[in-house]
Design a protein around this ligand. Structure first.
Ligand SMILES: [Zn+2]
Length: 441
């Protein structure tokens, strides 16, 4: 792998200050230098064929965003669940996912990868679906950094097409792990899709296989009141307490959502160094997480979109929604305007996400993974500003992302995706929807 050099750019540093007029160099996928730009250096550098140059002028170079929780298998459900009656999981999501095919998953991953690259997302965690091999092949080609899982549930009431035993479930992830873990920028995690749809046998087997391999284990946690009540009625304890009793909590456990937590559960998350994330748009209908208390305990918190069906895959949207939810839900009652400042939220969507993923990235510093994006700054809705960090949170949208780089490789250059054929994928999506309309009454 050659060198990538971004010249004459502003840089968002780990302490959330901005350094102007910088040149950022990467080597073998790692940030190797951040130094003052020298007038005309592009001319000298352009002679070296092994060096790729990106013009960073009038741009901000910042860490790429990490979508800590998404669902490739729900990409084709975009626009279909807003304002839907409750229990969308059993009424819409599960029936749809039980009709997935390898072809649908390939198209879903192609669209999700395009959407993520164009939104400034450089890494993501897929919570698990079906035919993940089809998605994995697309993500490999896309160059995105991804943590993938197979959907894992063994509840007897699931639709026939997706009902599997505990052993079949774990074997599916074993196969995905053997085929894709460590391949390109992909890793594989074990997953407990929905805890109330997993038997104790499955939870223990998935945790055991993850431990044997040093792999991560992820689950939707403390998302719905009926989930909490299920564990209270059955075991006399809450979900996180139940998992502690089973001995499956540790620093490799990824707990998505984490909305409805008791004080004891927050303490357990800290004790076992469990990693957490919220999905602000999706969570709005469920509750307001106590993020200040999680951060105060030093617990890792990332942000996720919960998949395209919940308002698309832009983390810029999620950050804005999260800021509003924190202010209304946690700040207004105590008259604390800065209950969740912009810098903290940006850190959650970048460093928090990379810590969640257990990856050495999420900030712009020498020795870190070269996973970064650039934002076009000289636009009427962004310029001028008295505080660029605030403006990043308040005003930047997915369309302002110019370049997207993962492990030193350019996935998008001046809004043109380099690793996937956008026109071909959109034409394929059009054919899919024309066909789908014919068969939908
Ligand atoms: Zn989810």
């Amino acid at each position: 792998m050659g060198k990538l050099i971004v010249t004459n750019t502003s840089v968002l540093l780990p302490d959330m200050t901005i350094a102007r007029g910088q040149t950022v160099e990467t080597e073998n996928g790692i940030i190797s230098a951040i130094r003052p730009y020298q007038e005309g250096e592009e001319i000298t550098l352009s002679g070296n064929k092994k060096t790729e140059l990106l013009d960073g002028s009038r741009k901000l170079l910042m860490p790429g965003l990490c979508d800590s929780h998404m669902h490739t298998g729900q990409q084709l459900l975009k626009g279909q669940i807003l304002d839907a009656l409750p229990m969308i999981w059993t009424r819409i999501m599960l029936p749809f996912e039980s009709t997935l095919t390898p072809e649908k998953m390939e198209l879903s991953a192609e669209l999700a990868a395009l959407e993520m690259i164009k939104s400034g997302t450089t890494s993501f965690v897929d919570a698990g679906s079906y035919f993940m091999e089809s998605a994995a092949d697309v993500y490999l080609q896309s160059g995105l950094r991804g943590l993938l899982s197979a959907s894992t549930m063994d509840d007897a009431s699931l639709p026939d097409a997706i009902r599997h035993t505990a052993d079949q479930n774990v074997a599916q992830t074993d196969a995905l792990y053997d085929a894709y873990h460590g391949k390109g920028n992909l890793k594989v995690a074990y997953s407990l899709r929905s805890l109330i749809s997993c038997t104790e046998e499955l939870i223990l087997k998935a945790a055991g296989h993850a431990k044997e391999r040093g792999a991560l284990l992820q689950a939707h946690m403390n998302e719905y009141p009926n989930e909490i009540n299920f564990f209270l009625q059955r075991f006399g304890m809450r979900p996180i307490e139940y998992l502690e009793k089973l001995g499956v909590l540790d620093e490799r456990f990824l707990a998505a959502h984490c909305i409805l937590l008791s004080e004891n559960e927050k303490d357990l998350l800290k004790k076992y160094e469990v990693k957490t994330c919220h999905c602000p748009f999706s969570n709005c209908g469920k509750g307001v997480p106590d993020t200040p208390a999680l951060l105060q305990r030093g617990i890792t918190v990332g942000l996720g979109t919960d998949g395209a069906a919940h308002g698309g895959l832009s983390l810029w949207n999620e950050m804005k929604i999260f800021r509003s939810v924190m202010n209304v839900g946690r700040g207004v009652g105590i008259s604390e305007a800065a209950v969740m400042p912009a810098a903290k939220i940006l850190r959650m969507a970048t460093q928090g996400g990379y810590d969640y993923l257990h990856e050495n990235g999420g900030s712009i510093a020498v020795g870190k993974e070269a996973d970064f994006i650039t934002i076009s700054l000289r636009q009427p809705h962004l310029y001028p500003t008295g505080n660029l960090v605030n403006t990043l949170l308040e005003c930047v949208t997915a369309a302002d992302v110019c370049d997207n780089v993962v492990h030193g490789k350019t996935l998008m250059k001046d809004r043109a995706v380099q690793t996937l054929d956008e026109a071909r994928i959109l034409a394929k999506a059009e054919r899919y929807f024309e066909q789908a309309e014919k068969i939908t009454p």
